[in-house]
Design a protein around this ligand. Structure first.
Ligand code: S3P
Length: 172
């Protein structure tokens, strides 16, 4: 089996809708590739010193999106990372382009029934109650991501293998 070329230090960026598995898969992928893993939501929570729901409630969504933009700028100047974005981070066309220009961006496509199941009872996600509308609205933005892996019927391990296979093909 071909081993991903360690010379290729582009960031590997996982994006996709809420609850598509970006963090779970990102962590596994980083382990497999011996790369550091950065979860954008976790990083923002650390910087703000409060949970995302509290950022939305106290500072508003625009403040959260501004933090995302700043983080994208920082990450675009780094390499060798596996990054899991928040679900809305690359809906912004400027953020999306920055990540595409500086890394390999892969969108996890997850069927709505899986999203629904995973989001039911989610208290940490301030936009979860509105997810169906967002899912439709963001369709085009996600379609603009260069690479896609469909997670339907796949375990986290199988999804990770698919991404590794894609990375082996893409790495240079
Ligand atoms: C959001 C998704 C969340 C988090 C925030 C906003 C979104 O991340 O960044 O609640 O706009 O889709 P997950 O995709 O990890 O749930």
């Amino acid at each position: 089996m071909a081993i991903p070329d360690p010379q290729d230090t582009r960031n590997i960026v996982l994006t996709g809708f809420m609850a598509s598995g970006k963090s779970t898969i990102g962590r596994r992928l980083a382990d497999r590739l011996h790369r550091p893993f950065l979860d954008c939501d976790v990083e923002i929570v650390k910087r703000a010193g409060k949970p995302i729901a509290q950022i939305f409630a106290e500072d508003g969504e625009p403040a959260f999106r501004q933090m995302e933009r700043e983080l994208v700028e920082e990450l675009a100047s780094q390499s060798g990372l596996v990054i899991a974005t928040g679900g809305g981070m690359l809906v912004d066309p400027i953020n999306r382009q920055r990540m595409i220009d500086t890394g390999v961006v892969i969108c996890l496509d997850t069927p709505p029934e899986d999203i629904e199941r995973r989001l039911s009872g989610s208290k940490e996600r301030p936009l979860a109650s509105n997810w169906r509308e967002l899912y439709e609205k963001r369709r085009e933005a996600y379609q603009a991501i260069p690479y896609h892996v469909n997670t339907a019927g796949l375990s986290p391990g199988q999804t990770t293998e698919r991404i590794l296979a894609l990375w082996r093909k893409l790495s240079r």
